[in-house]
Design a protein around this ligand. Sequence first.
Ligand code: HEC
Length: 122
Amino acid sequence: MSQAGGIIHVSRYKNDSLLVKENFNKNRKPTGVTAMLKLAGYDAADRNWVMAAYKPDGTMVSFGKIGSCIACHTMVQKQDFVFAPPPQQLLSIRTWKAFFPKQEMNPAYVSLLKEHPEAVVK
Ligand code: HEC
C-alpha cells in the first residue's frame, strides 16, 4: 500500500469488500449515502459490484445493477471500478458537476485532480 493524496492506494478489491461514501452539498449538509459491495458471481461484466444509494434518513433510493452508477464507475475499470484510490484514472470535476450539480466533490479528490491532470479520463 502507498499513500496518494491521503487516499490509500489499493489496486484490487476482494469479494465482500464494502465501500461506503457519505455525500454532502457545499453547505456540508448530507445529501445521501452511496455504497458498493463486491459479491462473488453477482455481475461479472461489471466486476461483481452491487450498487446502492440511500437518502440521509436511510431510506433506500436504488439498489442492485444501477445503470447510472455503473456507467460512470466503469470509466475507471483499470481501478476495479473504484475511483478512490487514484491516481491511475481520475474523473474530471466538469463531468462530476454535470451529473451531480448539487453535490460537492470530495476535497481530497479535487487535490488529486490538481496533482495528476494527466490521469483524467476522457
Ligand atoms: C458522474 C460519475 C459518477 C456516478 C454517476 C456515480 N459515481 Fe460514485 N463516485 C464517482 C467519483 C468521481 C467518486 C470519487 C470521488 C468522491 O469520493 O467524491 C465516486 C465514489 C464512489 C464511492 C466510493 C468508492 C470509490 O469509487 O471511490 C462509492 C461507494 C460510490 N461512488 C457509489 C456510487 C453509487 C452507488 C452510484 C449510483 C447511485 C454512483 N456512485 C454514481 C463518480 C460517480
